[in-house]
Design a protein around this ligand. Structure first.
Ligand SMILES: Cc1cc2nc3c(=O)[nH]c(=O)nc-3n(C[C@H](O)[C@H](O)[C@H](O)COP(=O)(O)OP(=O)(O)OC[C@H]3O[C@@H](n4cnc5c(N)ncnc54)[C@H](O)[C@@H]3O)c2cc1C
Length: 466
């Protein structure tokens, strides 16, 4: 990893402080002591556990499904409650990250559950590294619309020498380094006091009548429950609201797979262009690396058969392209650095919310009494006005105690392309988290939060509401 700049945020913490922060945020003693043990000078005494030691097995509940008359039947079974919290955020992508930090900053006990071992979702795991649209033209002036938690995150990433393009120059739409992005996200959730649960896949919900009271998650420990006062569904695919029985719309969309090539600075672009290669890939903070987008076919991102097929098909396509590059004069030094650990699923489920935001409303700059943020404009280079986003687009029509955030909120077909972008997901995530925290504080359902209070809270947390 490249060295951080003197002003970067991580090195300002001592190792002891970082370990304490991570432990306080629920990363747990094993993580903390491991960090110290791995980094301790040779010969220093550390409390180590001998490797490969036999220990008593952790008890695991066993309620296997059985075959009854040719049907697979799952028995009714009690579930251990792993944890209880005020606000539970499902999914640690841009939306879930912002939601968790916003909720925790209201003072709510907040837990963030993520199926993989890092934060950032498609941004870091899908290697979709260009964050846009961060700006819109408001009253003729180019204005940053991603403020508050999203802006703080981008600013902190940009403090690293190779953290981000554009940001330090005050320009729009930075591209960030994926590893530094994950690191700063870890740091910010830890500082906010969010309890982090990685490697947990939310498989179902806990319902009390019409209200979501928590989730059922799967991990290496088996099935366990987490109970919560309010849940934010930032899974991207609406896994929580769908399991809760909320109305939604299902869509097919292009599914791609991003990869990165190395030695980008050891190519002869003029020769490559002459041979028909339009571009090596998109710019990254490190000159030696480029990320390469792939649109892919429009298909069902909830179908594991399709997802499995595309993983293999796209990898073959990528290898072909890399080989072509390597065999073309000017591209001999290029190598295939990495394929994204996460397939590029753009859109699957969209919540049917109390308000569907339409493209016509967005283009007319329709202001809503419950505006919770302003989105930037896709494809216009930030030259168009933004579009106010109503809170109603995050609130299910009927099911209670759950809010949507990120790429599964309620918009019409034409607005999907703007709504799903990272910058906008940071904005809707921030709003959902603040609203969840406020609902806990006010002891009310998320749909009943006082809008002026929510808007005041968001402004206090730095958000831009137009
Ligand atoms: C190929 C491609 C190219 C793109 N290009 C750009 C671009 O250039 N610029 C841009 O701004 N945007 C781009 N996007 C869009 C953008 O990356 C995503 O829409 C955005 O990251 C969505 O954020 P999110 O937080 O809503 O969801 P995600 O980023 O999808 O995050 C959801 C998180 O939830 C977790 N999760 C999901 N289900 C569960 C579960 N059941 N239990 C636990 N955890 C779960 C996931 O692991 C993930 O971390 C692109 C998308 C794709 C696919």
């Amino acid at each position: 990893m490249p060295p951080s700049s003197p002003g970067s945020s991580l090195p300002s913490l001592t190792r002891r402080q970082l370990v304490r922060l991570l432990a306080a945020a629920g990363f747990g003693a094993p993580f903390a002591s491991r960090l110290v043990a791995d980094e301790a000078p040779k010969g220093a005494k550390t409390a180590t556990v001998p490797e490969n030691k036999v220990v008593p097995p952790t008890p695991r509940d066993r309620y296997p499904a059985t075959l009854v008359n040719g049907k697979v039947i799952q028995p009714q079974r009690p579930l251990a409650v792993l944890h209880e919290t005020d606000v539970l955020v499902v999914g640690g992508g841009p939306a879930g990250f912002a939601a968790a930090v916003a909720a925790a900053r209201t003072g709510a006990k907040t837990t963030l559950v993520e199926r993989y071992g890092y934060l950032g979702g498609l941004w870091t795991g899908g290697l979709v590294l260009l964050v846009y649209p961060t700006h819109a033209t408001e009253n003729g002036v180019l204005t940053k619309v991603v403020r508050g938690i999203g802006d703080e995150l981008l600013g902190r990433i940009a403090k690293f020498a190779s953290g981000a393009t554009n940001y330090n120059e005050g320009r729009r739409d930075p591209t960030t380094d994926p590893e530094l992005t994950k690191l700063v996200m870890d740091e910010m959730v830890a500082e906010a006091g969010v309890k982090m649960l990685f490697h947990c896949w939310v498989a179902d919900v806990v319902m009390d009548g019409n209200s979501v009271r928590g989730v059922v998650l799967e991990s290496k420990a088996g099935r366990q429950a987490v109970l919560a006062k309010v849940v934010v569904d930032a899974s991207g695919d609406g896994d929580v609201f769908a399991a809760a029985g909320a109305e939604y719309e299902q869509r097919l969309h292009a599914i791609g797979l991003v990869h990165r090539v190395g030695n980008a600075d050891r190519t002869d672009l003029a020769k490559l262009k002459a041979a028909g290669f339009k571009s090596l890939g998109s710019v990254e903070p490190l000159a030696s690396v480029k990320w390469v987008n792939l649109r892919g076919p429009s298909t069902d991102g909830l179908d594991v058969g399709e997802l499995s097929r595309l993983e293999m098909e796209h990898r073959r396509t990528i290898w072909k392209r890399v080989q072509q590059l390597q065999q073309t004069p000017g591209g001999e030094n290029v190598f295939w650095l990495q394929t994204a650990p996460q397939l590029g699923v753009r859109i699957t489920r969209l919540l049917a919310a109390t308000k569907q935001l339409t493209n016509a409303e967005a283009r007319a700059y329709t202001k809503f009494p419950d505006t919770i943020g302003v989105g930037g404009t896709y494809g216009s280079g930030g030259k168009n006005p933004g579009w106010p986003i109503p809170y109603g687009a995050l609130v299910p029509k009927k099911v209670d105690n759950v809010l949507a955030a990120g790429r599964c909120i309620c918009v019409d077909t034409k607005l999907v392309e703007d709504m799903r972008l990272i910058a906008t997901c940071l904005i809707t995530g921030h709003a959902a988290g603040a609203a969840a925290g406020l609902a806990v504080q006010s002891r009310c359902r998320p749909r009943d939060v006082a809008i002026p209070q929510l808007q005041q809270l968001l402004r206090r947390q730095g958000a831009y509401l137009g």
